[in-house]
Ligand binder design. Structure first.
Ligand SMILES: Cc1cc2nc3c(=O)[nH]c(=O)nc-3n(C[C@H](O)[C@H](O)[C@H](O)COP(=O)(O)O)c2cc1C
Length: 188
């Protein structure tokens, strides 16, 4: 699968997608935008090298001739986590200005699964129109909204649940993360 990390807050979602995919034996192809590298530095203790080591193959955003920029590269789906409004907008309008947005556009045109963990709030009409555009092209907009019914014991629980749901949407099952009805406390 292809994983994109852009410069919205919440790089933990991208990191968790990579970790869960690796644990599930799924090969990952990663591209991180320059703004994504900034949020990595703000929000984690990971170096760029340590982040790259979580993936099997890593591409520079400017390497527009990379394998994932071509429709002939076969994969099971692409997740952008987190997805900034800038990256969402580029994808919505087919602006393949870097390898992440180009790979996402190719994913849509080849009718493969594309899941965008768009993170911004509140939203303008322009943001919503871009989300509608991606949805009309077959992409899935999945804002990383926490599921509090899980009674999370911390941020990692919330991030893990969202990352596992995103992987679900590209057909990758994470059986270590419980689904509703499995090990979740019910009201008495
Ligand atoms: C700490 C930090 C947090 C940010 N959070 C968001 C965010 O949640 N959503 C968003 O759309 N942009 C956010 N931005 C702004 C984007 O990084 C900026 O629009 C950038 O141009 C996105 O580039 P990219 O889409 O190529 O990664 C944030 C920037 C910084 C430095």
């Amino acid at each position: 699968m292809v994983v994109g990390i852009s410069g919205a807050t919440g790089i933990a979602y991208g990191v968790k997608v990579l970790e869960l995919a690796r644990a599930a034996g799924v090969q990952t192809h990663l591209v991180v935008t320059p703004a994504g590298q900034q949020t990595r530095a703000y929000e984690t203790d990971l170096t760029a090298r340590e982040l790259a080591a979580l993936a099997d193959v890593v591409y520079r955003p400017a390497d527009i001739g990379a394998a994932i920029a071509s429709g002939s590269f076969r994969h099971d789906g692409m997740i952008v986590a987190p997805c900034s409004i800038r990256t969402l907008s580029a994808i919505a309008y087919g602006n393949g200005d870097n390898v992440l947005t180009r790979a996402a556009d190719v994913t849509l045109k080849e009718r493969r699964r594309l899941v965008l963990l768009v993170r911004e709030t509140p939203l303008t009409l322009g943001h919503l129109r871009a989300m509608a555009g991606v949805t009309e092209s077959g992409g899935i907009i999945m804002p990383p909204v926490p599921a509090l019914y899980l009674r999370p014991s911390g941020i990692d629980d919330l991030v893990t649940h969202t990352a596992a749901r995103a992987l679900d949407l590209v057909g990758i099952e994470i059986d270590t993360v419980p689904r509703w009805g499995e090990q979740i406390a019910r009201p008495t």
